[in-house]
Design a protein around this ligand. Structure first.
Ligand SMILES: Nc1ncnc2c1ncn2[C@@H]1O[C@H](COP(=O)(O)OP(=O)(O)OP(=O)(O)O)[C@@H](O)[C@H]1O
Ligand SMILES: Nc1ncnc2c1ncn2[C@@H]1O[C@H](COP(=O)(O)OP(=O)(O)OP(=O)(O)O)[C@@H](O)[C@H]1O
Lengths: 217, 217
């Protein structure tokens, strides 16, 4: 199980923190607003009232086992940026930051955070796509219990065609795409006669159970 | 081409409005903040400065050809709710509303809006899933040019098995799931021997072109 630090308990930080805790991870939740901290404390490992822009605050926390820190401070670019800088200075290797707007996103890219999230923009774009084409399904909600993963080609499949390995009928997973590496090319919905190479990367859709079985078999 | 009314030009409303306009639709963008209206006016059909909570404002607009109205007013539940009520009273049939928080979402459900969007919560949950399982792919971005649609079973496929109709190799689309209606049941990743009935609904993943061909053939 992993350890996460979540800074900023607005909608994004709150739902992220409680979900990670529900999945069995250690979650330290931090916000300067004591009501929000009080509200979340039974749903995470530990919740503290603190100002993430204060370097002393961040350096006083025991962060050596933190796998990832998520900064979801809204409304104020500089507060979010200061929090990110404090985390980087305390040696946190993996930072996810929520962007407040497009300029903020560019600054976060320059700071080298590992992942930038911009929920309002991404969902606005997929909502526009669905208003444009009402047949499109909003696939975010229907994917509970299912996922799409990347997997290197298992040894026993190298040199075989998709028809031969028959993944759908044997494992209940679908090969949605194959990423070829030399040259780099993404093949969506590969045909049955596609022969797998050891450098290929499979992009598989399936149930958590089916995908799990693919990874371990 | 359709007509859309977008109320509230924060990140969500802004990106939604310009995307719909880029896809060729008529977009009327409205906000009480004149800077935001000025900023967007070259990227939509028309942009106006107005207060969406004022019933006179909404009733003075020519809304009879509006296919859908999107309310993305943030920070204040009552402003968003008043805007929704004004739209409903002026006869708008399809409303998309962005939720500010969970209580707001429940109120929007009670008001009967056709679609509620809660980007921060949805993306927080999918981000948590990916932090929990780093193999999971963030499939929102990689889906450009591809989509998932629902389609009733074409007549010529009724009574045939998936093996016989061979969609992947013939149309370049994948049947990700089949929704059976009687009783209602969702089959993910159906096996090749599944025989299609006229009441089934296909859930297809494919390129815009492949899906388009499926719909018209
Ligand atoms: N310096 C800080 N230290 C700790 N927490 C902070 C600091 N500055 C702001 N916050 C907290 O960040 C949280 C998120 O900020 P805010 O609600 O403005 O963002 P938001 O982007 O609108 O949130 P969301 O979209 O996730 O609902 C708030 O709960 C706020 O108290
Ligand atoms: N009564 C109103 N009439 C028209 N526009 C309004 C009204 N009230 C608020 N707005 C506008 O709604 C927009 C969105 O509000 P705000 O930026 O607070 O929301 P937000 O949820 O944080 O936005 P986002 O998450 O999309 O960035 C603002 O540009 C604001 O000017």
């Amino acid at each position: 199980m992993k350890q996460f630090l979540v800074i900023g308990l607005g909608n994004f930080g709150y739902h992220l923190a409680i979900r990670l805790y529900e999945k069995g991870h250690d979650v330290l939740a931090l916000d300067k607003n004591s009501d929000l901290v009080q509200n979340i404390k039974d749903h995470v490992t530990q919740a503290i009232v603190a100002d993430a822009t204060d370097p002393k605050t961040i350096s006083s926390l025991d962060l050596k086992d933190i796998d990832s820190a998520i900064v979801s401070i809204g409304s104020n670019l500089s507060n979010s940026i200061l929090a990110v800088l404090n985390l980087q200075e305390s040696g946190i290797r993996h930072i996810v930051a929520k962007a407040i707007n497009d300029p903020h996103m560019r600054i976060l890219e320059k700071l080298g955070v590992q992942e930038i999230s911009f929920p309002e923009k991404d969902i606005a774009i997929s909502t526009a796509e669905r208003l444009h084409n009402p047949n499109l399904i909003d696939f975010l909600p229907f994917m509970e219990g299912y996922g799409i993963i990347e997997l290197t080609v298992p040894d026993r499949f190298i040199g075989k065609s998709l028809r031969e390995i028959n993944l759908t009928n044997r494992y209940g997973v679908q090969i949605v795409a194959i990423k070829e590496m030399v040259p780099e090319k993404l093949h969506f919905i590969p045909k049955a006669d596609f022969v797998l190479k050891n450098s290929d990367i499979l992009i598989l859709f399936g149930s958590d159970k089916g995908l799990g079985k693919m990874k371990t078999d």
